[in-house]
Design a protein around this ligand. Sequence first.
Ligand code: NAD
Length: 298
Amino acid sequence: MATIGWIGLGNMGRPMTANLVKAGHTVKGFDVVPEAVTAAAEAGVTPVGSIAEAVTDVDIVFTMLPKGEHARTVYLAPDGVLASADPSTLLVDSSTIDFDSARALHEEAKAAGFRFVDGPVSGGVTGAQAGTLTFMLGGSDADVAEAKAFIEPMAGNIFHAGGDAAGQAAKIVNNMMLAISLEGVVEGAVLAQRFGLDPKAFYDIAKVSSGDSWPLRTWYPVPGVTETAASNNDFRPGFATALMHKDVGLALAGAESQGVDLPAASLVYAQLQKLVDEGLEGLDTTAIIRNIDPEAAG
Ligand code: NAD
């Protein structure tokens, strides 16, 4: 069994490390928030007090941090991962971060003699707890193959998306497409109701017709239609508006740096921004229906 260094023990990092411990690995875990380290220790993680301690004498290092700025600090600071780990250690960043930061981390890691894989995940906290996350990996064939062996206990699906930063690219594009589909479902649900259609009757038609989509089937934004929808639960997440806002923002930042205009993504971002400005970023992302018709939201 291996020894794994882990930095970032938040909502995702804690259940992910718990599954590595269950699989028999030793996990040395660090977080800037001491309570997060204590909670991880309750699930068998070995608590450590610095990045240097987490990445010393380990077979692989994982990071699970909020954003690109946190990942850049953790890897590149004078007391960060690149300055503290042995360059033979494989590094995997599973945070969802912007494409440019992911590319920069690949370059900086290579320049310092390290091997680096970007490996964001999909599946949320429930997938992290169940060990069924989808991993999207970007990097060389050899590094991805080595990382996969450690990822197995946390994953339901593992994809090698392509070269450097391809995992982040796949994750960002996937979530942008989800957000745009969701806006269609939200607007459709409101108009169907205004036309006097019963929500369940309309849903049954759309899910076997060309209006079908993953958010329609999983997140129908009117209560009482799909079991898995946060609309049944006063829009408790689920998938928080704050995270969707961040992810569509990453898509727009990527689009800008790639010189392409994405009008639908910009529109959905403005809808998410409206909820954030109202202080509702903690609600499930399907709460964007409130922008169109607060009453349809139940
Ligand atoms: P979180 O905010 O709960 O956890 C991040 C942790 O990183 C926090 O505990 C924080 O204290 C720690 N951290 C920040 N800076 C640090 C530093 N310099 N050194 C050490 N620790 C530091 O976030 P999360 O929900 O666990 O998500 C982590 C990543 O996974 C994000 O990029 C998110 O977008 C992505 N993600 C989240 C979900 C989800 O449903 N929560 C699903 C898929 C992907």
